[in-house]
Design a protein around this ligand. Structure first.
Ligand code: NMX
Ligand code: MLT
Length: 441
């Protein structure tokens, strides 16, 4: 079957048996209470999902199978002479639950190279959209066009046994991950480089090859892509892209349909699109203030005008985190190591000094600190990737690693179709008056 699938099978069978036992013994234990306000406020704070690949701590930030970002940077295999972790290694860690050795990472790299062929009709589907279409629209259309290749959909139609679901999801996920860099690069070169495409380089790692196909040969840009693809990959299960992929997958929609749905969620400005919004916001600030280098005082005035206009400050705040996002810090460290005097990076750092106290002073923002999106765009601009509408596609290629690893686990553990109960406000009112009940099942 291949080492990855073999190892996953062993892990998944043991976990499924353990889980069955755990639920038999403890399934009726209560894990929390739900307040009425929570069901009107985005279900914030309700524990309602299981996602094995990563866990978010409000103060500490994300841990992938127990490993923080600095620990990933230390322990995951790198290219010879490189400093940044290979995202192939993170995929192995999320899927298998253990750190990979060099051989396992090389296996994934070559497996994704072998699976990377993108059929022509996918490019034709993207080409059918006007070049003015948003890159995320093209990305989701590309993923949907790839769905013709789904093993899961074909095998399900042939009458697949439910014991084999995970295996078909595994194959689709590996194919998808192999193909997404090509689709992303095609969109970038079509929209911004006059349709001049660059053939993949079979000697490069997954993220290095993405950088190459985008048209960036600088080794430090390849290192950035390795870091970028690693840190954006997963943020436990409740964020919109992960939750949507999991939800749609629970209906046994195949991985292509599920990922496309998740990517539509990522394309929202409160989620992944915030990375483009940050750079757009800074460019608008420079234009409005008529200066390339706004002072902290000028930034403060601009932040206040953004808030007064009823808009959010992009890149700040979080539904779960209550401190500076370690993904922001990892990118800040990258910039310090590679180009600390970059003017846009300097602005991002000045914004970091100015924004938190202003958001804190509003008295309603639960987390005034920067998230991952506050920094990522400035790094890309440094290398000349100024086309900010493309940034969420890069986030999406990375996020696929986490949500697809989770989807394989979902099917291996036999998770049910997701279907929480909803209520109407009329029922809530009747319940408050003691005239009716809000029932759970
Ligand atoms: N700027 C202005 N107001 C904010 C911000 C912000 N950055 N963050 C939160 N608030 C407001 C929020 O709109 C809400 O206002 P109201 O009661 O008037 O509706 C209030 O503060 C309370 O919101 P929170 O409970 O702190 O945040 P919530 O969990 O609802 O939302 C975000 C989390 C991330 C959606 C929110 O902080 C936000 O809109 N941030 C800006 C967009 C952004 O950077 N998104 C990227 C998140 C990371 N990612 O990649 O997905
Ligand atoms: C993410 O990476 O998905 C974002 O930080 C949003 C979240 O975790 O809610």
């Amino acid at each position: 079957m291949g080492i990855l699938k073999d190892r996953f099978k062993v892990k998944a069978e043991a976990s499924a048996a353990e889980l069955k036992d755990l639920l038999k013994q403890h399934g009726s234990k209560k894990i929390g209470e739900v307040q009425l306000s929570q069901i009107y406020q985005g279900m914030r704070g309700i524990t309602g999902l299981v996602s094995e690949t990563s866990l978010l701590d409000a103060k500490e930030g994300i841990r992938f199978r127990g490993y923080s970002i600095p620990e990933l940077q230390k322990h995951l295999p790198k290219v010879p002479g490189g400093n940044e972790p290979l995202p192939e290694g993170l995929f192995y860690l999320m899927l298998i639950g253990e750190l990979p050795d060099e051989e396992a990472v090389a296996y994934i790299t070559s497996s994704w190279q072998r699976r990377s062929h993108v059929p022509n009709h996918v490019f034709a589907a993207i080409d059918a959209l006007p070049v003015t279409a948003h890159p995320m629209t093209m990305f989701v259309s590309g993923i949907m066009a790839l769905q013709t290749e789904s093993n899961f959909a074909r095998r399900y139609a042939e009458g697949m046994n439910k014991k084999d679901y995970w295996e078909a999801v595994f194959d689709d996920s590996m194919d998808l991950l192999a193909r997404l860099p090509r689709v992303a690069a095609y969109i970038y070169r079509r929209k911004y480089h006059n349709n001049q495409h660059i053939q993949p380089n079979g000697l490069l790692d997954w993220a290095g090859n993405l950088a190459h196909m985008l048209g960036y040969e600088d080794e430090s840009f390849k290192e950035l892509m390795r870091l970028y693809m690693t840190i954006h990959a997963d943020h436990e299960g409740g964020n919109v892209s992960a939750h949507t992929t999991h939800l749609v997958g629970s209906a046994l929609s195949d991985p292509y349909l599920s990922l496309a749905a998740g990517m539509n969620g990522l394309a929202g400005p409160l989620h992944g699109l915030a990375n483009q919004e940050v750079v757009k916001w800074i460019l608008e600030m420079q234009k409005e203030l008529k200066t390339e280098v706004p002072t902290k005082g000028q930034i403060e005035t601009y932040v206040k005008s953004t808030l007064a206009a009823g808009k959010v400050v992009p890149g700040y705040g979080h539904a779960v985190l209550r401190k500076t996002d370690p993904r922001f810090t990892a990118q800040m460290d990258f910039a310090k190591r590679h180009f600390s005097d970059d003017p846009l990076v300097q602005i991002v750092w000045n914004v970091y000094d100015v924004v938190p106290p202003i958001l804190e002073s509003l008295g309603k923002v639960k987390n005034p600190w920067p998230n991952v999106d506050a920094h990522s765009g400035a790094l890309l601009v440094h290398y000349g990737m100024v086309e900010y509408e493309f940034y969420t596609v890069l986030f999406g290629v990375s996020r696929a690693l986490g949500v697809l690893a989770s989807l394989i686990w979902d099917r291996a553990l036999g998770f049910a179709i997701e279907r929480p109960k909803s209520v109407t406000t009329d029922l809530v009112k009747a319940w408050l008056e003691g005239k009716d009940e809000i029932w759970g099942d």
